[in-house]
Write a protein that binds this ligand. Structure first.
Ligand SMILES: NC(=O)c1ccc[n+]([C@@H]2O[C@H](COP(=O)([O-])OP(=O)(O)OC[C@H]3O[C@@H](n4cnc5c(N)ncnc54)[C@H](O)[C@@H]3O)[C@@H](O)[C@H]2O)c1
Length: 378
């Protein structure tokens, strides 16, 4: 049990402190391996960037100056610079650059030993609005960073680890025989449907990674996240749990935009971040790793009820769960019915071991949303 689960969490500040504690204690050896290095995080202003960036800075606070990890965020701030990042500006080991990763890297790009490519539009509502930018970030942006890694090989300061954020969406809508889904499953994906800009560019991205690993020896690995949720995910993001949180905090009924039957396994972000840094440092080159939780596999209807029940205890919420049809005609087209990972590879090879139960993660998320209700709409 980490220190965080032993104390009562009352607000967003407590939640973030507990989560950073959890991440840093899980990753002690991994961060030690990155000591003194420069890390580039593309898309670091986004949801996963929230803890990808803050956990390194938290580790630095208890580390001697030469060992600190220097973090550079490259982001085009497509949806604005979030307040949490503005608040960190000026910290010693953090630099921020406004850069569209699908454009060539600036000529004066520093030496980076670790690269995390998280820049992409990730919310289905928004990637359908910006499909070409989504493909460009996942394909051209990735290519720019891989080419950079090749150039660095001749400098004596090579890239030591490179993480590409792929997605569990690369599996599409798996047949029943392939659920839970291992990394070896090839997928059941439309190349022309409304989700294809995302799914297919992630798939091609992984193909680029495998071939740059094989042809150029780049230590690049892919992570396939399964439905992360929690602090940092904007309440306006149009993913299911922030939508529920918005309904709850306005004390209106929780609106489900499907019949509630599709199932997912929801992974609390503080656990997922441990999986991503483990993949970056310990993953095998050219390999992909599922990162998420195996259970519970829960329907959208059940998680809506569960979230409402937790909100009743926390805030005296009085609403109920209702069903409506989305105004977006293709909202559910190609939406997978079930999604659930096999995590054997990440557990065995990386020592990945998610620990935060769904009820606890939902509670932390609601406390965080209560104190973080302002976020710009895109
Ligand atoms: N959160 C999840 O559950 C999940 C699931 C599967 C995959 N992923 C992948 O993980 C990565 C991070 O996801 P997230 O949830 O943090 O997404 P997010 O949308 O919250 O953040 C993405 C960030 O990338 C930036 N960005 C987008 N296009 C860019 C470009 N061309 N150049 C520079 N910056 C750009 C955005 O401004 C944003 O700050 C993405 O690649 C996403 O596809 C996330």
């Amino acid at each position: 049990m980490t220190r965080s689960t032993e104390r009562e969490l009352r607000n967003a500040q407590d939640v973030v402190a507990a989560d950073l504690d959890h991440i840093c204690s899980d990753l002690r050896e991994v961060f030690a391996a990155m000591a003194g290095r420069n890390v580039l995080i593309s898309g670091g202003a986004g949801f996963l960037g929230y803890y990808l960036v803050q956990s390194l800075l938290a580790w630095n606070r208890s580390t001697a100056a030469p060992e600190r990890i220097r973090v550079a965020v490259y982001d085009n701030y497509l949806r604005g610079i979030p307040d949490w990042l503005t608040a960190l500006q000026g910290q010693d080991s953090l630099s921020l650059a406004r850069h569209d990763i699908s454009e060539p890297l600036p000529a004066e790009t520093a030496d980076f030993q670790y690269i995390v490519h998280a820049a992409s539009v990730a919310s289905p509502t928004y990637y359908r609005k910006f499909p070409i930018q989504t493909m460009d970030a996942n394909v051209n942006g990735l290519r720019n960073l891989l080419e950079y890694a090749v150039r660095q090989q001749g400098t004596g300061r090579p890239v030591e680890g490179f993480l590409f954020f792929s997605s569990s969406e690369i599996y599409g809508d798996p047949s029943a025989a392939n659920i839970p889904t291992p990394e070896t499953y090839h997928g059941n994906v439309s190349c022309t449907g409304p989700r294809a800009c995302y799914d297919e560019s992630k798939r091609y991205g992984e193909t680029l990674c495998v071939n740059f690993a094989q042809q150029h020896g780049i230590p690049v690995k892919s992570a396939r996240p399964f439905n992360n949720y929690g602090p940092g995910l904007k309440i306006t993001d149009r993913r299911v749990l922030p939508d529920f949180a918005r309904d709850i905090l306005e004390n209106r009924d929780i609106v489900m935009l499907s019949d509630g039957s599709p199932t997912r396994t929801f992974c609390y972000v503080a656990d997922a971040i441990t999986g991503y840094y483990r993949t970056l440092v310990k993953g095998r080159s050219g390999e992909a790793y599922n990162i998420g939780v195996e259970e519970p596999e829960i329907s959208i209807a059940d998680i809506a009820e569960k979230t409402a029940a937790i909100a009743r205890t926390l805030f005296g919420y009085t609403g109920k769960v209702v069903r409506r049809t989305s105004n977006d005609a293709v909202y559910l087209t190609d939406n997978p019915n079930r999604r659930c990972p096999v995590l054997r590879k990440a557990r065995n090879e990386l020592g990945y071991s998610p620990a935060i139960a769904l009820d606890e993660g939902l509670k932390r998320s609601l406390l965080w949303y209560r104190d973080n209700q302002c976020a710009e709409e895109a």
